[in-house]
Design a protein around this ligand. Structure first.
Ligand code: NIG
Ligand code: FE
Length: 386
């Protein structure tokens, strides 16, 4: 089955094979068998089995949200309200979500995850990474990655989110469990392993143990670091060749130099700064220094409960010094780089047919009209979602 998307007023391809021309006007494209088969001038569009008329609006690659924690139960709106009055974010609230998540049935978690995924798609995200981390027992962590794998291939084992309450007095034994039995149970359902480096979670040395065990089990590496302080996590991520280091809110000069010289992507999470009232990292400085950046949502019940990539883009422009095109690129090809995927995040020939028809003539409206739903259609693998 093929689909022609034609009458596109403005087409943002971000095709790495055509770096001089990230944006086209009066364009069309054809998706065949789930992949982009043709991109070109609207008047030359070849015939296809079906047609989506973009009616002169803008088309952009589907957003690649490379960081979320959407397998959970319960909520923590009270913590958010307190933060808005000046109470700082800490990792402590994670255990409240752990208790609620453990108490939920599989069907409850699955239904809630499905609602989140529908919400994410309606906001234009076509690739989403989903982490475990609210189970913290072998069975509960395995359940989380198993449920995540039902909705995305980008699944991450985050048993090292915080120390499980049962191990509060023996954190070493918990790290041992994560690296042993828990990893063995979760690895078959996971592509990635992640660890939260923070004063309220794990040290750099503990994280090194976890990540090395994950790598030995065949998983790719991701790291939460620098959320509340420069904590040495960026250096560890670079040392181990992690695909991505996420948050990166607090960075030293050495961290920036190390990232610029490495393939590790710095994944910025502006919705977290927004929802915790922290100051934003300087993405302009990172790009100027030669660091590859991504923007992701980090949707979770604690530090940020928004899955809106358009709002993340608006904040990256408003607060982090990016141009609108840089922010869109960070939310698409940047996220793809953070997931080491060449087939998503752009609309070059051969890429997956994942795109968004905006209710806007120009992609800049994503930041120009913050908070306004601008997704007219999400197309996933050539299929137009309702
Ligand atoms: O990425 N930082 C650690 N984990 C999440 C927050 C989890 C929570 O507070 O429930 C984050 O911000
Ligand atoms: Fe996170």
């Amino acid at each position: 089955m093929s689909l022609a998307v034609d009458n596109i007023g403005q087409l943002v391809t971000l095709d790495p094979a055509d770096p001089e021309r990230p944006v086209r006007v009066d364009a069309a494209l054809v998706i065949d068998d789930g992949r982009i088969a043709w991109v070109g001038d609207a008047r030359r569009a070849p015939a296809a089995d079906s047609r989506l008329d973009a009616r002169g609006r803008a088309v952009v690659p589907g957003f690649v949200d490379s960081h979320s924690h959407l397998v959970f139960a319960g909520d923590r709106a009270d913590e958010w309200e307190a933060r808005m009055t000046g109470v700082p974010y800490t990792a402590g609230g994670i255990l409240r979500t752990v208790a609620a998540t453990r108490a939920a049935t599989d069907d409850e978690l699955r239904a809630r995850l499905a609602r989140h995924v529908a919400e994410v798609r309606a906001q234009g995200s076509t690739t989403i990474e989903v982490k475990s981390g609210y189970g913290l027992t072998v069975a509960d962590e395995q359940r989380a990655v198993r449920l995540a794998a039902e909705v995305t291939p980008e699944t991450t084992f985050l048993g090292a989110h915080v120390v499980a309450p049962e191990y509060a007095d023996d954190r070493d034994a918990y790290v041992e469990l994560v690296c042993g039995e828990m990893l063995a149970a979760c690895a078959p359902h996971s592509r990635w392993i992640d660890v939260f480096i923070d004063a309220g979670a794990f040290t750099v040395d503990e994280a090194r143990r976890v990540l090395k065990a994950g790598r030995a089990a065949g998983l790719g590496l991701r790291v939460h670091a620098g959320q509340r302080a420069a904590d040495g996590g960026v250096a560890l991520a670079v040392e181990l060749g992690a695909a991505s280091v996420d948050h990166a809110t607090h960075l030293t000069g050495d961290d920036v130099d190390a990232l610029a010289a490495a393939s590790t992507v710095a994944t910025l999470l502006p919705l977290v700064e927004f929802s915790t009232r922290q100051s934003y990292p300087d993405a302009r400085h990172l790009i100027n220094a030669g660091v590859t950046i991504a923007i992701a949502s980090d949707a979770n019940p604690g530090s940020n409960y928004s899955s809106s990539m358009p709002l993340a883009i608006a904040l990256a422009v408003r607060e982090m010094g990016l141009t609108p095109l840089e922010a869109l690129a960070a939310a698409t090809v940047g996220g793809a780089a953070a997931l080491q995927r060449g087939d998503v995040g752009h609309l070059g020939v051969g890429a997956r047919g994942d795109l968004v028809v905006l209710q806007a003539p120009d992609f800049r409206w994503l930041g120009y009209r913050p908070g306004v739903p601008l997704v007219a259609h999400t197309v996933l693998g050539g299929e137009v979602l309702a």
